[in-house]
Design a protein around this ligand. Sequence first.
Ligand SMILES: C[S@@+](CC[C@H](N)C(=O)[O-])C[C@H]1O[C@@H](n2cnc3c(N)ncnc32)[C@H](O)[C@@H]1O
Length: 381
Amino acid sequence: MRVSEGGIELDVPAESTEGVEAPVFYNPGQELNRDLTIALLRTFREERESRARTYLDAMTASGVRGIRAAADGWEATGVDRDERAVSLARENASRNGVEESFSVVREDANAFMYGCGRDMDSALDVIDLDPYGTPMPFADAAFANARNLVCVTATDTAPLCGAHLQSGIRSYSAVPRNTEYHAEMGVRTLLSALARTAARYDVGVTPLCTYARNHYVRTFLELDHRASAADSTLDALGFLDHCEDCLFRTATRGLIADPVEQCPICGGKRVLTAGPLWLDSYRDREFVRSVRDRIPESFGTAERARDLCETVAGELDVPHHYDQHRLCKEWSLPANAMDDFLATLRAAGYEATPAHYGGTTFKTDADVSEIRAATADALGS
Ligand SMILES: C[S@@+](CC[C@H](N)C(=O)[O-])C[C@H]1O[C@@H](n2cnc3c(N)ncnc32)[C@H](O)[C@@H]1O
């Protein structure tokens, strides 16, 4: 079956659009992820590191990411351990006339990354990890061998957000907790684990852009190869305490947990502690706006991708969010329009912005009792 996206044409298995397992993976639903990646790579090279030229699509499948990167001026390599994927990726490279700038290798991704890392002539400026499920089995090799940027997709959202607790603990060496801000819990669990992995190689990370959508988390981490940068990165870690009774939550920096035993708002004892989590910002506001400005109209997801960038860039830097409907249910009050709800909070002197996790999600510097006091009249109590 022939598909086109981002100006390239690909042959992909027909099963890809039929919701059944295909011999080679291609998910049309990830086009937004790939559109954003191409715009972000462009922005990175133009604004952050003009010397960046090589891009490793470490799990290439149909070759779609590597081919799109090659068509956009990168010296790209696609790796896959599956023979059928390698053949298809090569055919797709020829179809798009990028065989010179996109080579495809059949190898285990970790073996390939360590092989390149030992050969300074073929250093990897950008490494993109897009495996099935957790990316953690590939994170060490990526941080040990990437020069400028590591891009990561994680699709194991149930372990990441604490819904599958033991699996989350095993994969991420952290304790995620199942809250109503589950996608953000996943974002902060993933970033924490990646930052701690990078630190083992004396590499500090700065998240340039991170978002959660459609059952996956995506992040782009700029690297700083200094032990002091790794130390500073670890300062971003800490713990979140969350009251299951009144939905109060609070964040504490540091690598040693000091769990809150009793909720300071309602006195409840059902307080969950999650961590270590990434508590700093998960994006560079101005960088994300630059990415938005580089999404061409021709990209299939241009409008959605720009909207996502706008919301992610505009979010308040608070390490959790609220869901207006969840709060209203808790308070047995009817929900009003989000714009009005946020305006009421702002009028009461708090900061409040929409969050990208869903139409009823928002971030604010007010705590849960302050949100209730500020909005109760407007909600009709
Ligand atoms: C989710 S797909 C990649 C999708 C692709 N990046 C895209 O955007 O369409 C995962 C791919 O990783 C490959 N893979 C899984 N484990 C691998 C490993 N250890 N080394 C190399 N490739 C691997 C699989 O064969 C599969 O083709």
